[in-house]
Ligand binder design. Structure first.
Ligand SMILES: Nc1ncnc2c1ncn2[C@@H]1O[C@H](COP(=O)(O)OP(=O)(O)OP(=O)(O)O)[C@@H](O)[C@H]1O
Ligand SMILES: [Mg+2]
Length: 265
C-alpha cells in the first residue's frame, strides 16, 4: 500500500554541514503491516517519516500510497490519512484545551466537516466510549485541561486522537521513549490494541530492541539513510538481540550511544 521508491534527501548541500539523510531508500509496505524500525542516531529514521508525511519534499524519488503518487502533496492534506506520534507527549495535543475539546479537534483534523461550535451530548457519549478504551479513567475527566495530564496519559490521548478516525497509515517515532517503563508498556499495549482493532498499517521507530522484535510483523534496521536489514516475521523468530546488536554496530560505524539503546525490557 506504501511504496518508497528511491528517495534521497541531502541537508545543507554544498556546505561543510552537508548530510545525506536518505540515500536512495526503497521500501514496500503491505496493507496491514506493522513494521518496527531501529537504527543508530542520525540513521535517517525521522527523516523517512518527514518525507512520508510531507514535512519536506525529497530531492529525488517517489512516494506512492495506494498507488497514488503523493510525493508532492502538501503535509496538511496528508495529515487527513496519515497519523503521526512523536517522542514528546507535548506534541500532538493542545495543552490549554480540555480533553473533549482536543478530541473534537482530532475529528476535524481527520476531515470531519461538521463544525464542533458546541460539543453535543451525543458527541460527549462518543468521546466517552473512545476514552474508556484507554482504561485510564479519562472518560470521567473530559473537562480537564490536557496540560495537567501525566506524560503517559497525554501520550495515550495523543494516540487516541491520531487514530480516532483510523488513518490509512500510522507513523510512531519513538512514542514511548520519554515515558517511564510502566507507562511505556501501557502505551505499547494500547498501540497494539488500536492497530489490531482497525488493522491499521503502521511504522514504529524504537530504540528498544526487545520492543522492535516483539511488536508488529517485520523489523527494519537503518544506517546512513538506507535499510541494511529487513527481517520478516519468520526471520525475526530466529534472530536474537545479540545478532541485532552485531548488525547495529556494523551499520553504525561509530561508537554507539549505548545509553539510548535499550536492551532490557
Ligand atoms: N532539518 C534538518 N536540517 C539539517 N539536517 C537535518 C535535518 N533533519 C535531519 N538532519 C540530519 O539528517 C540526519 C538524519 O537525521 P534523522 O533525524 O532522520 O535521524 P534519526 O535516525 O531519526 O536519529 P535519532 O535516532 O537520533 O532520532 C542527521 O545527521 C541529522 O542531523
Ligand atoms: Mg529520530
Amino acid at each position: 500500500m506504501l511504496v518508497i521508491d528511491n528517495i534521497s534527501k541531502v541537508f545543507n548541500p554544498g556546505t561543510v554541514n552537508e548530510k545525506k539523510a536518505l540515500d536512495g531508500m526503497n521500501l514496500t509496505v503491505k496493507d496491514g503491516d506493522f513494521i518496527t524500525i531501529v537504527g543508530s542516531n542520525g540513521a535517517g529514521k525521522s527523516t523517512l517519516f518527514n518525507a512520508i508525511s510531507g514535512v519536506f519534499l525529497p530531492d529525488s524519488g517517489r512516494i506512492l500510497l495506494d498507488d497514488k503518487n503523493i510525493t508532492f502533496e502538501p503535509d496538511y492534506k496528508r495529515s487527513k490519512y496519515i497519523g503521526r506520534l512523536f517522542q514528546d507527549p507535548l506534541k500532538g495535543t493542545a495543552p490549554h484545551m480540555t480533553i473533549k475539546e482536543n478530541l473534537a479537534l482530532a475529528y476535524l483534523r481527520a476531515g470531519e466537516t461538521r463544525v464542533f461550535s458546541r460539543i453535543s451530548k451525543k458527541d460527549e457519549e462518543r468521546f466517552r466510549d473512545k476514552l474508556k478504551m484507554l482504561d485510564m479513567g479519562l472518560e470521567d475527566r473530559m473537562n480537564t485541561q490536557v496540560g495537567t495530564l501525566s506524560g503517559g496519559q497525554r501520550q495515550a490521548l495523543t494516540l487516541l486522537m491520531a487514530t480516532i478516525v483510523p488513518p490509512r497509515l500510522l507513523l510512531l517515532d519513538e512514542h514511548t521513549a520519554a515515558l517511564d517503563p510502566a507507562a511505556a508498556v501501557k502505551i505499547i499495549d494500547l498501540t497494539e490494541k488500536i492497530v489490531a482493532a482497525n488493522n491499521t498499517t503502521c511504522l514504529m521507530i524504537t530504540h528498544n530492541m526487545h520492543q522492535a522484535l516483539r511488536t508488529g510483523n517485520r523489523t527494519l534496521m537503518m544506517a546512513d539513510g538506507r535499510i541494511i536489514l529487513d527481517l520478516s516475521e519468520e526471520e525475526r523468530k530466529a534472530v536474537t538481540i545479540e545478532d541485532l546488536m552485531i548488525r547495529f554496530r556494523e551499520g553504525a560505524k561509530q561508537e554507539l550511544d549505548d545509553d539510548r539503546i535499550l536492551l532490557s525490557d
